[in-house]
Design a protein. Structure first.
Length: 745
C-alpha cells in the first residue's frame, strides 16, 4: 500500500489500523513487529519532536554570524512558531503532545528563559522539556534554577530526569551524559522494571551510544524508540535493537522538526515518522548560503531517515510511498505520441494597474528603480487570448530564422498545423497575484475545447504567490488560495505539484518552485522527497519535469543582462538548496530527460551532462533544458513539443510560435524602456558596483551609473530574447528556436 505524501498525516489512526491488513502492509513496508514477552494494550499517539530551538530575547547578528555561520538565532521564535503550527494542522497533525529534546535556550540566561517561558505558555498542546547543555550557564541559570523555572513543563524533582504516562505510553526524559551518571542508570532500571508492559519512549539531548543502549535497555522489550537532538541533522537507525531517531534544529539548515506516530494493536507496534521543514523558505535558503558548502546537503540525511515506516521485527527502515492521481488518463501504446503546448509568464495585468493603481494589500510602494517597461501590460489579455485561440485551433504562427539574425523572418502568414493534446501554463500567470487578474486567466482556460480543457494544467510562479490576493507576504506560504482558484487545473487533491501520465511510457512531473517572499527557486523538502520517489518508481519511463524557475543555468544571457537579473534575484545559476538537490537528483537518474521552465523570458535550448558519483561525465546521458518565452515581452511566444516513441527511441520536435497580433509585438520590441533612445534609464541600487566588477569592461556600452538604452535594446531584443546569440544555438549546439532531439529509454 502506498500513501500520498501530502495525505501522509491526514490519515486517521483508527482508520489506518482498521484498513491496513498485515499481509498488504507487509508486502510494501515489511511486517508488523510482535513485541516479545509483553502484552501491550491497544493505544496510539502522535508526537511532535522539536529540538535545539536556542531561544533568546535578542541577538547580535554580526556576532552570531561570525561565530556560528548558518545559525538563524534572530529568527528562532518565528521558526518555532511555524513548526508548531505544522504540528497542529490537519495536513501534518494534530499531534497529541510535543517533546523538546534539549537546548531550549541559547545560553541559559535569565532573559532568554523569560522569553522562552512566555512562548511556551502560549502553546495549545502539552509540551515536555529535556535538559540540554546550553539551557544552563555560569552567567545565567544553573541546572536547578532551570528545572524550577520550567517545572510546569515536565520536570519533577531536582535531578532533571523524569517520567510520566500519556495515552497508554510511558515517556522517560534523560539527562546527558547517561554513561557518567550511575545514579541515573539505577533510576532507569527501576523505572523500566515498574513499567514492564507499557510501551516506552526515551527522550534525551545527545544520542546514546550503542554500548549504553545495550547495557541499560537490552532486556526491556517495551522500549520502542529513542528520540534525540544535538546533532543538527536527521538520522534514523537501529542501535542495539532500538529505533534511534535524531532531529535537526529549526535554526540551522535544513530547519525542521519531526512528527512520530506510534500505533499498538494486539501486541504489535507500528512506528512512522515524517521530517518537515519550516515553510519560511527564505530563512532556509539564508542558512544554506551561510554554510558556504554543498556538502551540507548531507545534513538532510537519506530519504529513508526523513519519512519512513519501521519494521521493528526485522530492524529495517522503509521510505514512505507517495501516490498522486493523474488528471489526464494514459494514452496507451508503445508507439504513441503526444503534442504538448507550453505557455509561461503571461503576466496578466488589468488596465487599472497599468495606469497607476498600486497593489496595497501588503503596503507595497512603487520603486523608482523598477524597469519593467519592456512589458506591454496593457496588451497582456489580448496576446493571452490570441495564443489560446491558436492552441485551441491547432494552428500556430511560426518564424524560422536563418542560422544568424541578419535575415528577416518568413511571412507573417506562415502557420504550422499541429493539434494540441495537452497544455501547461508554467507560472507567472498574473502580474500582481490579484483575483481579478487571475479571473482573466481562468476565463481563457474555461473557453478551451472540452478535450483540451480537461488536459490543461497550471503551476504558480513568483508573481502569483508573493503578494496580492493569493498569499500574504512573509506568510507561511499556504498554496490553498491558488489551488482553490485553479481547482480544475491543478492536482485533484489541491496540490500545486503533481504528476500527469501522458502515456504509458511518458510522465510529466509538475513542480511548485516558488519562495513566496523572493523570485529565486525554492522548494519545501517534502516536495523534493516526493519528487525523488516519483522518479525512482519510473525507472523505465521518459520523464519531463516542469516548474516556473529554471533548474539549470540558461546559456544565452549577455553579461550585463545577467548582472541586472542577479540584482533582481532572477539569476538562474544562483545556488539554492533546492536547486542543488534537484540537479544532483537528475544526475543520478537517467530517466529525467527533459526540463521545462519559464521565469527567464528567453528562448533557449540547452543540454546538461549527467555525472557519476565520482564526478565524471557520462558520454550519452544528459538532460535537455527548454526555456519557454514570455507572452507579453518580445518575442511574445510559446512552445509546441511533439514527443513520439518508436521502440526504445523517443523523438522530440520543438517549435517556437508567436502571437498573431503584429502591432502588439511591435509595441513590445519598441516598449518605453527602449524608446527613450536619447536618455539614460535609472537602474536598481547596487547595479553600478556589480557591473563594474565584471571583467573586460571595454566592450560594454555604459555610462557611469546608468544603462545605455541602445545597449539594453540590443541585448534584450536581438540576442537574449530570441536566443539568437551564438548563431541561435544553446550550450550544446542545439537550435534554440526549433529543432529535433532523440533520446534512448
Amino acid at each position: 500500500m502506498a500513501i500520498e505524501m501530502s495525505q501522509f498525516n491526514k490519515i486517521d489512526r483508527k482508520t489506518f489500523i482498521k484498513t491496513v491488513g498485515t499481509a498488504i502492509f507487509g508486502s510494501a513496508f515489511g511486517s508488523w513487529r510482535a513485541v516479545a514477552k509483553t502484552h501491550l494494550n491497544p493505544s496510539s499517539i502522535s508526537i511532535g519532536h522539536i529540538t535545539d530551538t536556542f531561544f533568546a530575547d535578542s541577538d547580535d547578528p554580526k556576532k552570531s554570524g561570525r561565530l556560528y555561520p548558518g545559525w538563524l538565532y534572530g529568527h528562532a521564535f518565528a521558526l518555532a512558531d511555524d513548526l508548531m503550527r505544522r504540528f497542529m494542522e490537519n495536513s501534518s497533525g494534530p499531534v497529541d503532545m510535543v517533546v523538546h529534546s534539549g537546548n531550549l535556550l541559547r545560553s541559559g540566561r535569565t532573559d532568554q528563559a523569560a522569553a522562552a517561558l512566555d512562548w511556551l505558555n502560549l502553546q495549545k498542546v502539552p509540551i515536555r522539556l529535556t535538559l540540554g547543555e546550553s539551557d544552563s550557564s555560569p552567567l545565567g541559570l544553573n541546572t536547578k534554577e532551570f528545572i524550577s523555572k520550567f517545572s510546569s513543563f515536565g520536570f519533577n524533582g531536582e535531578k532533571g530526569y523524569y517520567s510520566y504516562n500519556m495515552r497508554g505510553f510511558h515517556f522517560i526524559h534523560l539527562v546527558s551524559p547517561v554513561e557518567k551518571q550511575l545514579e541515573q542508570q539505577d533510576w532507569i532500571r527501576e523505572n523500566l522494571a515498574e513499567n514492564k508492559n507499557v510501551p516506552s519512549i526515551l527522550i534525551i539531548h545527545n544520542p546514546l551510544e550503542k554500548d549504553i543502549l545495550n547495557e541499560l535497555f537490552g532486556e526491556y522489550d517495551q522500549v520502542l524508540v529513542v528520540l534525540s537532538g544535538g546533532t543538527f541533522s536527521n538520522n534514523a537507525a537501529f542501535e542495539a535493537g532500538l529505533l534511534s531517531l535524531s532531529t535537526c534544529s529549526p535554526v540551522i539548515y535544513p530547519c525542521g522538526a519531526r512528527i512520530i506516530k506510534i500505533d499498538i494493536s494486539r501486541g504489535k507496534a507500528l512506528i512512522s515518522s515524517e521530517f518537515f521543514q519550516t515553510r519560511r523558505l527564505e530563512l532556509v535558503e539564508k542558512s544554506f548560503h551561510q554554510l558556504h558548502s554543498r556538502k551540507n546537503i548531507k545534513k538532510l540525511g537519506h530519504i529513508k531517515t526523513r519519512r519512513f515506516f519501521t519494521n521493528l521485527h526485522k530492524k529495517t527502515i522503509e521510505p514512505v510511498g507517495y501516490e498522486t492521481n493523474p488528471a489526464l488518463a494514459p494514452r496507451l501504446g508503445s508507439d504513441s505520441s503526444i503534442v504538448l503546448a507550453l505557455l509561461a509568464d503571461t503576466h496578466i495585468c488589468l488596465d487599472k494597474y497599468v495606469f497607476g493603481e498600486v497593489v496595497t494589500q501588503n503596503k507595497e510602494t512603487p520603486s523608482e528603480y523598477e524597469i519593467s517597461g519592456h512589458f506591454i501590460e496593457k496588451g497582456s489579455r489580448a496576446i493571452y487570448n490570441d495564443i489560446l485561440e491558436q492552441i485551441s485551433q491547432g494552428v500556430h504562427r511560426v518564424e524560422f530564422y536563418d542560422e544568424v539574425f541578419n535575415k528577416n523572418p518568413q511571412s507573417e502568414t506562415n502557420f504550422l498545423e499541429t493539434p494540441v493534446d495537452a497544455l501547461l501554463l508554467n507560472g507567472d500567470l498574473t502580474e500582481h497575484s490579484m483575483f481579478d487578474e487571475a479571473e482573466v486567466v481562468l476565463e481563457g482556460l474555461n473557453r478551451l475545447p472540452d478535450n483540451l480543457r480537461q488536459s490543461t494544467f497550471v503551476t504558480p510562479g513568483n508573481h502569483d504567490l508573493y503578494r496580492g490576493d493569493f498569499i500574504e507576504k512573509d506568510s507561511a506560504s499556504s498554496r490553498k488560495p491558488f489551488a482553490d482558484f485553479f481547482s480544475g487545473y491543478v492536482s485533484p487533491k489541491g496540490s500545486t505539484y503533481y504528476t500527469v501520465q501522458l502515456a504509458d511510457w511518458l510522465t510529466l512531473i509538475v513542480l511548485d518552485s516558488v519562495i513566496p517572499t523572493a523570485s529565486s527557486l525554492g522548494m519545501l523538502q517534502d516536495q523534493i522527497d516526493w519528487l525523488e520517489y516519483q522518479i525512482e518508481k519510473r525507472k523505465k519511463q521518459f520523464i519531463i519535469v516542469a516548474c516556473h524557475h529554471p533548474i539549470y543555468p540558461v546559456s544565452q544571457v549577455p553579461r550585463v543582462m545577467s548582472t541586472y537579473l542577479k540584482i533582481r534575484s532572477h539569476f538562474t545559476p544562483k545556488v539554492t538548496s533546492a536547486r542543488t538537490q534537484v540537479q544532483e537528483l537528475f544526475a543520478r537518474n537517467n530517466n529525467v530527460k527533459l526540463v521545462l521552465s519559464g521565469h527567464y523570458h528567453g528562448t533557449c535550448t540547452d543540454q546538461y551532462r549527467k555525472r557519476n558519483p565520482q564526478g565524471e561525465m557520462y558520454d550519452d546521458f544528459f538532460t535537455t533544458h527548454i526555456q519557454v518565452p514570455c507572452t507579453i515581452e518580445y518575442p511574445n511566444g510559446y512552445r509546441i513539443l511533439k514527443i513520439s516513441r518508436s521502440k526504445n527511441i523517443v523523438s522530440m520536435n520543438y517549435v517556437t510560435a508567436y502571437t498573431r497580433l503584429a502591432n502588439l509585438r511591435t509595441q513590445s520590441s519598441q516598449a518605453k524602456l527602449f524608446s527613450v533612445m536619447g536618455a539614460d534609464i535609472k537602474v536598481p541600487r547596487k547595479y553600478k558596483g556589480a557591473r563594474n566588477s565584471l571583467d573586460d569592461q571595454s566592450n560594454i556600452l555604459r555610462t557611469f551609473d546608468r544603462i545605455n538604452p541602445i545597449d539594453m535594446a540590443d541585448m534584450n531584443i536581438r540576442g537574449y530574447k530570441d536566443g539568437t546569440t551564438n548563431n541561435g544555438r544553446g550550450n550544446s549546439g542545439k537550435n534554440n528556436i526549433h529543432g529535433k532531439i532523440e533520446f534512448t529509454i
